[in-house]
Design a binder for this molecule. Sequence first.
Ligand SMILES: *Cc1c(COP(=O)(O)O)cnc(C)c1O
Length: 470
Amino acid sequence: MEYISTRGSAPALDFMGATLAGLASDGGLYVPRAWPRFSEAEIAAMAGLPYAELAARVMQPFVGDSLTPERLRELCVAAYGRFAHVGVTPLVQLDQRQWVLELFHGPTLAFKDVALQLLGLLFEEFLSRSDDHITIVGATSGDTGSAAIDAVAGRSKIDIFMLHPAGRVSDVQRRQMTTVLAPNVHNIAIDGSFDDAQATVKRMFNDSAMTGRFAISAVNSINWARLMAQVVYYFAAALQLGAPQRKVAFSVPTGNFGDVFAGYVASQMGLPIERLIVATNINDIVARAIASGDYSCGVVTPTSAPSMDIQVSSNFERLLFDAGGRDGAALAEQMRGFEASKAMQLTNAQRTRISGLFTSARADPSDMAQAMRWAYEKCGQVLDPHTAIGLHAARAAEGLPADVPVVTLATAHPAKFSDAVERATGFRVALPARVGDLFEREERFTHLPGDYAGVAAWIAERATPRNAAG
Ligand SMILES: *Cc1c(COP(=O)(O)O)cnc(C)c1O
């Protein structure tokens, strides 16, 4: 399988190249040259497979020659063996129509583990074929940092430097990062907001003094391999609910549009998805774009679902590319306009194709609390704030055929956001036993002021230069 950039001018790469590159050199995002498609019989034959086997089967067409089928299977078994539930992503029924897909049984209690556990192994596998050493630099508002650190801790050809805004992540989130004491893990608490930390990281990617010496890499959801790994659980859920004979709808708590784009990929591969419901909080840029074609940035308002508090949904570009007929030059032009003015209007073709599958809904804080209370009081299920926003959108969806089940993706364990859960339901969730000693573990991190030069120097002193082994 070959990967091309959404902006049309970066070189095409194979799966290994696209995984290691992250962002394309023309500023675009890598997508497969064509969507692989399964027949109805092939999908029916996947029913009942263990999760790791299903994962290998769904991902094989994307991986192509970069891994043998046997090696891919081994990596899936290793990645998903670390989950605390034998089904990896179990499905829970709430009422006659509503279901919840629990994606939070990984090591750091959020759905990001599903993709990052595999990505860590893919990095290691591909780096073992060369003399390269990579330096992952990232900024996190919470969930991505801990999932990425867990996925690469102790891997010899990878260093990870994770910046979090000092004092602005929860104690659970900080400890999930700072109690990992492996020598290749470097946590930096930096003065300022998440946006300041993010700006420091972006500057480093454009700093030729740094990129010349170090192979700096990213693990955010612009990385194609992350989306690919997320396609699998759409298959897992739909198969359990009767696919391919029965259609299924999904409601997805959305921030950067990676998770819900994976659902779109599943539908392009032949999975019969009736509808994808894009659920946002009051930071609703994608909900507005889908409802009215208006994609324009506002100011981010902090909420109790912080992983959805975003300005720009990077992965929306992948959908715009596909819906616009895969014209890289036209999309590059559209994105240049957006980057200059922070606003754009979708074309009629984009709007028509997107509205064939997607709807959107936005939940304000009281909608979120109400959905959390309904699940707790009527169904005995405790949901985190992100999942509650998805459930609100799922229950508000109109016009679905009566026999179509609606699956809300549960993106985080409620214990990660126990204060917000307690405020809405009166119930205090405990951390699961497997992470129960988090508050007894030793922490290690460095506190740095916000200036770029200081951060770059600190990283340069500790990172391993590219081709160090060569
Ligand atoms: C990252 C995250 C999201 C948003 O997912 P995207 O792929 O960025 O749309 C939603 N909920 C939780 C808990 C997350 O960590």
